[in-house]
Write a protein that binds this ligand. Structure first.
Ligand code: C5P
Length: 401
């Protein structure tokens, strides 16, 4: 990646009190060179090792050290809310413990609690401390919360000791930073996903349904949220979704169409993973049909093609993705659907194959796009299929302003 590939990224560089604080100076310079806006936040401990002046000579933004600063009454909320990433290098056992338990005693730990941005923690400490069960448990907890830990290296430590605990190299930390930004490639984007099979009422208790479990759509919604998107999930499934995903529960094709009609026009990406019924009973009865009345004659009417409707009114720049569950003629059907539905991508799967599509935990798809060779994604967990679909979506999105 080029030297200015972090251009415009707003990074809070947390520096806590270990001898490796001097290496934060180099990290700060490299980040600024790569085009990032770097706001250093030093703990009291860090100031024992390096001077604020050193960092302020290299950072693009002011160095902050105090929570209580009259000129700026609540610096932590502004810093936390307005950054794209927080990197703590070096992170001492104290800062790690405070962050793990949600203790906000200084500007850095307050900022950590006041952010929704991704956080990278680069621990540095003596081997005994790094291997202490309390630190091990704290690191495990942070990892489970999605915090990126850049493991310390083995090598010379302060006081001439050797062992694990030396701050990772600046290059390793920069790689982790770049990886986070790459993995946040949908930040600032709004993604709408539909999922599950619609249920069309016959009477008060009976429905026409299909075998869709909603798993693939839910996996796409989860993956998009993890990649930084704001996600609306219009679903018929009752699979729990992560906090932060806006879930809209629907049952019928008409309800799905109404919800999507409201939210799709302003979305950057719309992914129609739902298996929408093609036909619905014309006149569902309010009461339960009696068995004694004999088999009912159910008159059906075609449902609106939601995807084709969205394709016809698609705002400029929006990426529209449809699905095609096929049992034969996969390629011909998928290519036809690209045109007929006005979609940018059609994700096709051969549901007659074992382990593929409806109600399985796995899927295998071919992604069709205009003017490109189809891309085959071999049998994998639906979460992996979701990532592959979003990779293609991210390629098609024009860069954000
Ligand atoms: O035409 P077919 O049903 O095979 O197309 C599948 C794609 O169209 C899926 O993305 C599905 O969500 C969407 N669809 C729709 N409205 C319908 C039927 C299908 O949006 N009534």
């Amino acid at each position: 990646m080029g030297e200015s590939d972090l251009s415009g990224r707003r990074i809070v560089l947390g520096v806590s009190g270990g001898i490796a604080a001097y290496k934060a100076v180099e990290l700060c310079r490299r980040l600024v060179d790569a085009g990032a806006f770097v706001s250093p936040v030093m703990t009291a401990g860090a100031k024992h090792f390096i001077g604020a002046t050193t960092l302020s000579a290299l950072a693009s933004e002011p160095v902050r050290t105090e929570l209580w600063n009259a000129a700026e009454p609540i610096p932590h909320t502004r810093l936390g809310q307005n950054c794209d990433l927080i990197v703590i290098a070096p992170a001492t056992a104290r800062v790690i413990a405070a962050y793990t338990s949600g203790l906000s005693t200084d500007l850095l730990t307050n900022t950590l609690l006041a952010t929704r941005a991704p956080v990278i923690v680069c621990p540095a400490m003596h081997t005994e401390m790094w291997e202490h069960p309390a630190v091990v448990a704290n690191i495990a907890l942070l990892r489970s919360r999605g915090v990126v830990i850049v493991d310390p290296e083995h090598g010379r430590l302060a006081g001439g000791d050797r062992g694990a605990g030396r701050l990772a190299s600046t290059d390793s930390i920069l790689t982790a930073i770049r990886r986070v930004f790459k993995s946040q490639d949908l930040a600032g984007r709004s993604v709408v996903v539909s999922a599950g099979g619609t249920r069309e009422p016959i009477d008060a208790v009976r429905v026409i349904a299909n075998r869709s479990s909603g798993r693939q759509g839910h996996a796409i919604a989860e993956a998009a949220a993890a990649r930084g998107a704001t996600v609306h999930l219009v679903t018929t499934a009752t699979i729990p979704a992560s906090a932060g995903i806006e879930v809209i529960e629907v049952e019928t094709a008409a309800e799905m169409q109404a919800s999507l009609g409201r939210i799709a026009p302003t979305a950057d990406v719309v992914i129609m993973a739902a298996a929408v019924a093609d036909f619905t009973p014309v006149a569902p009865t309010q009461h339960k049909l009696k068995k004694s009345e004999g088999p009912p004659r159910i008159e059906l009417v075609a449902t609106p093609d939601i995807l084709a409707g969205l394709g016809a009114t698609k705002p400029k720049g929006q990426i529209l993705v449809g699905f095609a569950a096929e049992t034969d003629e996969l390629e011909a059907n998928a290519v036809a659907k690209l045109e007929a539905k006005g979609a940018d991508l059609i994700v096709a799967n051969d549901v007659s194959e074992p382990g593929v599509g409806f109600s399985h935990r796995t899927n295998a798809v071919t992604i069709f796009a205009h003017h490109r060779e189809p891309q085959t994604v071999a049998l994998a967990e639906k979460s992996a299929i979701a990532e592959a679909i979003l990779d293609r979506v991210a390629e098609l999105l024009t860069p954000s302003p």
